[in-house]
Design a protein around this ligand. Structure first.
Ligand SMILES: CC(C)(COP(=O)(O)OP(=O)(O)OC[C@H]1O[C@@H](n2cnc3c(N)ncnc32)[C@H](O)[C@@H]1OP(=O)(O)O)[C@@H](O)C(=O)NCCC(=O)NCCS
Length: 179
């Protein structure tokens, strides 16, 4: 499975050979601090454990299955620069929740909006009734702006445990406004 977004940018399943690029991207406090579930420092063994998860072998099936985890590598010229995932939304049963990150040197280039949009379009093509949510730490203004620019609207607040921050944080929740 591969989603080609522009000539350079694509989404594809993660590969074991992405390991060093995952570590380089996430073992950066300016990235990790906003990701609730990652350990920090983020080491090679963390990436190995992540790459061993079953979802990496099941991308094609997970596209249309709201109960599955879909994990895709965000690539420039097939080289991983970030990750995008969809998990079953715990706060909104039946909906799918986005998570995403980019290596800092890939920020500010419009890569993630195109990637998220492509995933939404692909899923709606295969499973038109799918609903999407996202959330971001209350002070992650960059992510909130990106989420809103994709047509998500405010859907309350929640508190979650942040692994890198080692405390509960307040998050702003969003759901995609759909016809
Ligand atoms: C979130 C992330 C993927 C966004 O990618 P990006 O390439 O940085 O996004 P952009 O540069 O397009 O910025 C997104 C928007 O935020 C705006 N923005 C940038 N810096 C900002 C800041 N400090 N405060 C507020 N808005 C900001 C941009 O102008 C843009 O809005 P616009 O499209 O209306 O101009 C990336 O920053 C990242 O990986 N961050 C760390 C991990 C993370 O936060 N993941 C999301 C968890 S919810």
């Amino acid at each position: 499975m591969k989603l080609q977004i522009t000539k350079e940018i694509s989404l594809r399943p993660f590969r074991v050979s992405d390991r060093d690029n995952i570590v380089a991207g996430i073992n950066d406090w300016e990235v990790a601090r906003w990701l609730a579930s990652v350990p920090y420092p983020y080491r090679v063994d963390h990436a190995n454990a992540y790459l061993a998860r079953p979802e990496h072998g099941e991308c094609a099936l997970a596209v249309a299955d709201a109960g599955a985890v879909l994990a895709l590598a965000v690539c420039v010229d097939d080289r991983l620069v970030g990750g995008l995932s969809l998990v079953p939304a715990s706060r909104r049963p039946g909906l799918r929740e986005f998570g995403f990150w980019l290596s800092r040197n890939a920020w500010g280039k419009g890569i993630m909006p195109g990637a998220v949009r492509a995933v939404i379009d692909e899923i709606l093509d295969r499973a038109p009734r799918t609903g999407f949510v996202a959330s971001a730490n209350h002070d992650n203004l960059r992510s909130q702006r990106l989420i809103r620019s994709l047509g998500f609207v405010a859907d309350g607040r929640d508190k979650i445990f942040s692994n890198p921050l080692q405390r509960r944080v307040s998050v702003k929740c969003f759901r995609l406004e759909q016809d």
